[in-house]
Design a protein around this ligand. Structure first.
Ligand code: NDP
Length: 450
């Protein structure tokens, strides 16, 4: 114990911090963890999980609309009970928080409720309590940012959205990233008029260009007023909502203005300067491949390091850290070929390289793709098209990337991620039989490159 209270003290009880704590404890370390808000972190408490439950809630509208084509007589208007959805959602979040607490308790991890701050080498202050630890792990995540414009305080971040006590009927959402695309579909499905405002020329910067164009078109067809190349310049409160002033000179009147303009690493007031932990120019903690910071006794995992900001990545980074430092098994995780999905409606999902990224890296790239009407849309007469796309290195026949826009795209990409991670070749995909009739089978029936 070297005279320390703990072998490991973890700052932040989200996905990365909790996994690291449990695994380190299983390797025999004495572990403490501090969480300022609720165990489970962004993903469980105000991110992936409540968002996905709301996405499910919002999808019923489409199902009701489609039902007639399949012979069901379901008459509108469809009335949604927002407080009932919120109560059910929050009950599930409470349950999951309890599960996280139980996992830590059973692993023998001491949980401290409070804000932690580093206070010199091996010392942590949790509120007024001084704790010492041989090793410290920072897993504080990130928090939503607000633009610096008049009235920004009236905007609701993704944190605030989960506390809305009644359904908004007129919503504007700023952003063209994950959160904006997901919530435009959620609010629209739940019956609101939605305007999505993106400053760039196209949503989802960094994704495959064809996927971006296709998804933008589908989002618009679903009834979201998606506007690109536009900025919010100011916001003012009105008697029944707010006025949102736009860069094209127009104004929107809304009940809720959601801001989804990215997240800032949660490093302020952590006392990093007292222990020589360096951050980069956007405030992310600098780490090496083993998640070690510029102080050899302090590590960091998850969004606070701004590597790939996704829950499963944080979990794996936390696990690898614990194996490395306490399990005698040093290992680094790969940040390549990480599958990701946007739970928009329809969903968009990708793994590996986009067409543009592949062409910048390989001299001879072949593109296989197809856009088609999914079977579900036929009887319902829904104006929907799916997109699938494979990016292949023609020299080695290796599949470099897979991209999809379709209902259940997230479920489909997981299997493709295994194949691409394992170095699948296009010939292997051609030799694989499809599951018929599905959207996913199109991935094994693409014969001619474009
Ligand atoms: P993203 O980084 O995905 O998108 C931010 C968006 O906001 C971009 O479209 C960006 O435009 C725009 N933007 C940035 N600054 C401004 C500004 N000052 N004014 C107007 N627009 C601006 O962030 P999100 O907030 O959507 O999500 C945060 C992170 O959470 C994601 O990066 C992701 O890691 C994670 N997440 C993952 C999910 C999933 O896996 N399904 C779901 C939700 C979140 P531009 O492109 O021009 O920079």
């Amino acid at each position: 114990m070297h005279g320390f209270d703990f072998d490991l003290f973890v700052v932040g009880g989200g996905s990365g911090g909790v996994r690291a704590s449990r695994i380190a404890a299983s390797h025999g370390a004495r572990v403490g963890i501090a969480e300022a808000y609720r165990l489970g972190g962004t993903c469980v408490i105000r991110g992936c999980v409540p968002k996905k439950l709301m996405m499910y809630a919002s999808q019923f509208r489409g199902a009701f609309e489609d039902a007639w084509g399949y012979g069901w007589n379901i008459e509108g208007p469809y009335v949604h009970d927002w407080p009932r959805m919120v109560a059910a959602r929050d009950e599930e979040i409470d349950r999951l928080e309890g599960v996280y607490r139980g996992l830590l308790d059973r692993a023998g991890v001491a949980v401290f409720q409070g804000r932690a701050e580093l206070d010199g080498p091996n010392r942590i202050l949790v509120d007024d309590q001084i704790i010492t630890a041989k090793t410290i792990l920072i897993a504080t995540g990130a928090a939503p940012v607000r633009p610096d414009i008049p009235g920004a305080k009236f905007m609701a971040t993704s944190d605030d959205i989960f506390s809305l006590r009644k359904a908004p009927s007129r919503v504007a959402i700023i952003g063209g990233g994950y959160i904006a695309c997901e919530f435009s579909g959620i609010f629209s499905g739940l019956g609101a008029q939605v305007v999505q405002l993106h400053r760039g020329e196209q949503i989802l910067r960094g994704f495959d260009d064809e996927l971006r164009d296709h998804l933008a078109d589908q989002i618009s067809r679903r009834g979201v007023d998606l506007r690109c190349s536009i900025q919010v310049t100011a916001v003012e409160r009105t008697h029944d909502g707010m006025s949102v002033y736009l860069s094209d000179g127009s104004t929107l009147e809304v009940d809720t203005l959601m801001i989804a303009a990215g997240r800032q690493c949660a490093t302020s007031r952590l006392g990093l300067d007292t222990v020589g932990v360096e951050v980069d120019d956007i405030g992310a903690i600098k780490v090496d491949q083993f998640s070690c910071t510029t102080n050899p006794g302090i590590y960091a995992v998850g969004d606070v390091t701004n590597r790939v900001n996704l829950t499963p990545v944080a979990v794996q980074e936390g696990h690898a850290f614990a194996d490395t430092v306490f399990g005698g098994r040093p290992r680094a995780i790969s940040h390549e070929n990480v599958p990701n999905a946007v739970f928009s409606q329809p969903q968009a999902a990708s793994v590996g390289l986009s067409e543009t990224q592949a062409k910048a890296k390989y001299p001879n790239v072949k593109i296989f793709g197809s856009s088609f009407r999914p079977m579900t849309a036929v009887l319902s007469s829904r104006d929907e098209r799916a997109l699938i796309k494979l990016v292949v290195d023609a020299s080695s026949d290796r599949v470099l990337g897979a991209h999809i826009v379709a209902a259940d795209a997230a479920e489909i990409i997981q299997g493709l991620a295994i194949a691409i991670k394992s170095g699948v070749r296009k010939a292997d995909m051609d030799a694989t039989l499809g599951v018929h009739p599905t959207i996913a089978e199109e991935f094994v029936t693409l014969r001619e490159p474009r």
